[in-house]
Design a binder for this molecule. Structure first.
Ligand SMILES: *Cc1c(COP(=O)(O)O)cnc(C)c1O
Length: 860
């Protein structure tokens, strides 16, 4: 074969249109309707052909066509105005600048946000589902708020797969190869124009090279590492081949490149742009966990620190977010494989292999020996960690409590910040236009704007909702026709597609990835009953369904096939459709077009879920199992809760019970409300629920609320802890490391010997004061090196457990013998009911933000 030299030719724009280059390469267009309209207005046909991707769109014009456009004064004026608007968006002070002004103790100058996937626009298909979309929404909202994040990820040559169906309804995967030169990406280069190169050592003396692509997401840069470069051997070139493809070894290599290579890319970014190095590193799920290892390595080399000292310098500035309670969602490697990459002469300077393996070891009850768990390492490397809804916080504290033996679940240091969604991306422009017309603003950040939904005329809401539903019907027919052509049908067979779905029928949407816990086919438990709902002559419902199964998940593919085969039946196919290739482009039609958004996961496996939030922002009502975010924010009027059969052991029976509850709700509540019309044809009760949803859920489900929460609760405190640990050439980190070593060594000598109490009579009353004296042995530790606490709360009947736990610190009062001390304190009984308490000793050091982090405790 001939060696073909390839390069991509980029469009050269005439000077008056030159700003289009910036407007196309900054991904703000993906959520800024006016910019998209500017492009579309230049040539609506080309815009459709280019699938709404500005870079592709501009490449379709000949120089002559561009010259003609450049002579159009009106267009040139609009281009200049759009450029000015973008400049303003990129430079004006925003929420974070006010936050800094109001917080004299400061906030991070830069936050590195690491994620294995980013879903920003369908034009950059580097995501598989919720995790990636969330990361994309996080960056976009950080941009809106002026929070100085730099995103770090990988560039996958084929992204995630494209889904289609074969004749039998079986999922078919395609992996179209992406040419980064044709995407809204720029190669990171050195001052002399050569590509910036990141390298990592691999076993066998091999070196992994990577280039770095930069996407610009509003104000936020996103760096994507790409191993498909000439310097690499074939195997190394393929490391960033696919998102979540390949086996364990490829995954490990990807994650080394993401974590370690990602830190190196950030260093290059700082060097080339003057951006300060991050104060805070946010590890979005475990995939990027090696970022902490790279930073430990850096500090041991640059500061002469030991591994343990460097660990204490790295932890304060690291935030870890866990996203799933499903074990299969967590990366676990064979420890031997990790040793192959990090042991012997491949060891990173300063990172002994046994220390690395210990960070990822499942060294707790129920853990597997020989396994290296990325989430566990993430938790051990981060001083602050969170789940993604309140319920998921609880579930995560239970799930990972083995890492903090001796502590109650409620004390496991994993907090929660509930996910949110980016309004600019997910609210349909017609909904924004309704707000502009009747509320006078589209500023979703304005807290006083949401409740004004109640002032929008009901008929206007209903008319917009019909327009959105009707748009979905058109889009669904287009997609269905194209799917059937791929499935081998001839156009003559497809006349019926024109009558699929009805813009006036109550429309229920269900779209998500297809792991088993999401229960795609729950609605098929009683097919006859579902048919009756679909075919009701007076009050039918229609269903729009979509979802991809992971290519290796045969069970998921079977579920899709069952669904497709049901929807293929002639008697129902006009009321239920399965649309292949669920992605951002489809989602943006789907959420606005639905009246009801259905979610029926197996509780509590849905960590948060975000699609229902996007639907809610477009005036859809949620019909969902009380899981994830819905468990937190369902209020009885913003939709419906499908009762769960929690505790029913038999999975089949549980599915039956929950499916029946679902049918009942649709039949008795949803349908009757939707079709209950007043004399003007308006479903007033339904509209009240929409208005209530927008006014009360609107401000909560925003990703800007989420990013503000991260900034205030995690990023800013993490930056301050990191600065404190780094002061005085890391003296506090070194000191903490020495203290921890000593505490671990001497903890065997720490005991609660005896507890006495006084002050409370035989029939205690609220307001009585309990005086507690604890006699403790501390061995070699000094009294100011421990915290002695009373732990008290509600005493459960028949068990040693306490609930609603609170703690009170006792004060050192006496050293009555060498190493033996008394500590005293008072507790006021503040509520009725059975009271229980105990005493414990914890380590204490100024660098220990959360005493439980050390995992040491002596209980009475
Ligand atoms: C929002 C979204 C998801 C995630 O939705 P969940 O409710 O978390 O399942 C997945 N895919 C796409 C395309 C989305 O837009």
């Amino acid at each position: 074969m001939k060696a073909i030299r390839r390069f991509s030719v980029r469009t050269v724009l005439p000077a008056p249109l030159a700003p289009l280059d910036d407007l196309a390469s900054n991904l703000r267009w993906s959520w800024h309707h006016p910019t998209r309209e500017l492009f579309r207005g230049m040539d609506p046909d080309k815009w459709e052909q280019a699938k709404h991707d500005p870079v592709r769109f501009l490449s379709r014009f000949t120089p002559e066509e561009l010259a003609a456009l450049a002579a159009d004064e009106d267009l040139v004026g609009r281009v200049a105005a759009a450029q000015a608007d973008l400049d303003h968006y990129l430079t004006a002070p925003r929420w974070y600048q006010t936050f800094l002004a109001e917080h004299p103790d400061g906030g991070p100058a830069t936050i590195g946000y690491f994620s294995a996937e980013f879903g920003i626009t369908e034009a950059l298909p580097q995501y598989s589902g919720g995790l990636g979309i969330l990361a994309g929404d996080h960056l976009k909202s950080a941009s809106d708020l002026g929070v100085p994040i730099v995103g770090v990820g990988l560039f996958y040559k084929t992204g995630y797969f494209k889904q289609s169906l074969n004749r039998d309804g079986w999922q078919v995967e395609d992996y179209p190869v992406l040419d980064p030169n044709g995407l809204p990406l720029a190669l990171l280069t050195e001052a002399d124009g050569t590509p910036t190169r990141i390298t990592l050592d691999l076993p066998g003396g091999r070196t992994l090279h990577a280039h770095v692509w930069r996407a610009q997401v509003g104000r936020v840069p996103l760096l994507l590492l790409d191993s498909d470069v000439q310097e690499n051997d074939e195997a190394a070139r393929n490391i960033t081949d696919r998102l979540y493809g390949g086996g364990g070894e490829q995954r490990l290599q990807q994650e080394m490149l993401l974590g370690m290579g990602g830190v190196r890319a950030l260093r290059a970014w700082s060097r080339l742009t003057g951006t300060p190095a991050p104060d805070v590193y946010h590890c979005n799920e475990g995939h990027a966990g090696f970022l902490g290892i790279e930073r430990i390595h850096e500090l041991t080399v640059a500061e002469g620190m030991t591994f343990d000292e460097a660990l204490e310098a790295v932890r304060p500035g690291t935030v870890f977010t866990t996203h799933t309670p499903v074990p299969a969602g967590i990366d676990r490697f064979d420890a031997g494989l990790v040793e192959l990459y990090f042991g012997g002469d491949r060891a990173l300077a300063g990172v002994p292999i046994d220390r690395l393996l210990a960070l990822g070891a499942e060294s707790y009850e129920g853990g597997s020996p020989g396994v290296f768990n990325m989430a566990v390492m993430g938790l051990r490397l981060a001083q602050r960690a969170n789940g993604v809804s309140q319920l998921h916080g609880i579930v995560s504290r239970e799930m990972f409590d083995g890492l903090w033996p001796g502590f109650d679940d409620t004390e496991v240091p994993i907090t929660s910040i509930t996910n949110g969604v980016h309004a600019g991306t997910w609210v349909d422009h017609r909904v924004f236009e309704l707000a502009a017309r009747y509320i006078g603003t589209t500023e979703v950040e304005r807290d006083d704007a949401w409740h004004l939904a109640a002032t929008v005329p009901r008929d206007a809401i209903w008319a917009t909702k019909r327009e959105l539903r009707s748009g979905l019907v058109t889009e669904a027919r287009r997609r269905l026709r194209s799917s059937w052509k791929k499935r081998g049908a001839s156009p003559a067979e497809l006349g019926w597609v024109d009558d699929v779905l009805d813009p006036d029928v109550c429309t229920i949407g269900f779209a998500r990835r297809v792991p088993t816990y999401k229960r795609l086919t729950l609605m098929l438990r009683d097919p006859e009953r579902l048919k009756r709902l679909l075919l009701d002559p007076e009050r039918p419902v229609q269903l729009v369904i979509a979802g991809k199964s992971h290519p290796a998940d045969e069970t998921g593919k079977q579920l899709i096939q069952q669904m497709v085969q049901f929807a293929d039946q002639e008697d129902v196919r006009h009321r239920i459709v399965f649309l292949p290739n669920y992605d951002i482009a489809m989602a943006r039609h789907l959420y606005p077009g639905c009246d009801v958004w259905l979610n029926n996961p197996l509780r509590p496996f849905e960590a948060c879920g975000t699609s229902g939030m996007k639907a809610a922002l477009n005036g859809a009502l949620n019909l969902s199992i009380l899981d994830g975010w819905w468990d937190e924010w369902f209020d009885g009027q913003n939709g419906w809760a499908i009762p769960t059969a929690d505790g029913v052991e038999d999975a089949e029976r549980r599915d039956d019970l929950e499916a029946n509850a679902l049918y009942d709700l649709i039949e008795n509540q949803v349908v009757s409300r939707f079709y209950d019309r007043d004399e003007d044809g308006l479903p007033q009760n339904w509209l009240s629920m929409i208005v209530h949803t927008l006014s009360t859920l609107g401000p909560k489900v925003l990703a800007t609320r989420m990013v503000r929460d991260y900034t205030e609760q995690l990023y800013a405190p993490a930056a301050r802890s990191a600065w404190a640990a780094a002061s005085d050439r890391f003296a506090p980190a070194r000191d903490l490391s020495a203290y921890k070593a000593r505490a671990r060594e001497d903890w065997g000598g720490v005991h609660v010997d005896h507890v006495e109490s006084s002050g409370v009579s035989d029939s205690p009353q609220v307001g009585d004061v309990l005086h507690v004296t604890a006699y403790v042995s501390l061995g070699a530790l000094a009294p100011d090196e421990v915290e002695v606490q009373v732990v008290y709360g509600h005493a459960m009947r028949d068990s040693d457990d306490l609930t609603e736990i609170r703690t009170a610190d006792l004060t050192h009062t006496d050293t009555y013998e060498a190493g033996r001390h008394t500590f005293d304190g008072d507790i006021t009984l503040s509520r009725t009911g059975s009271f229980g308490y105990t005493v414990r000793v914890l380590p204490k050091h100024p660098g220990l933000v959360i005493p439980a982090n050390l995992g040491l405790v002596a209980n009475a």
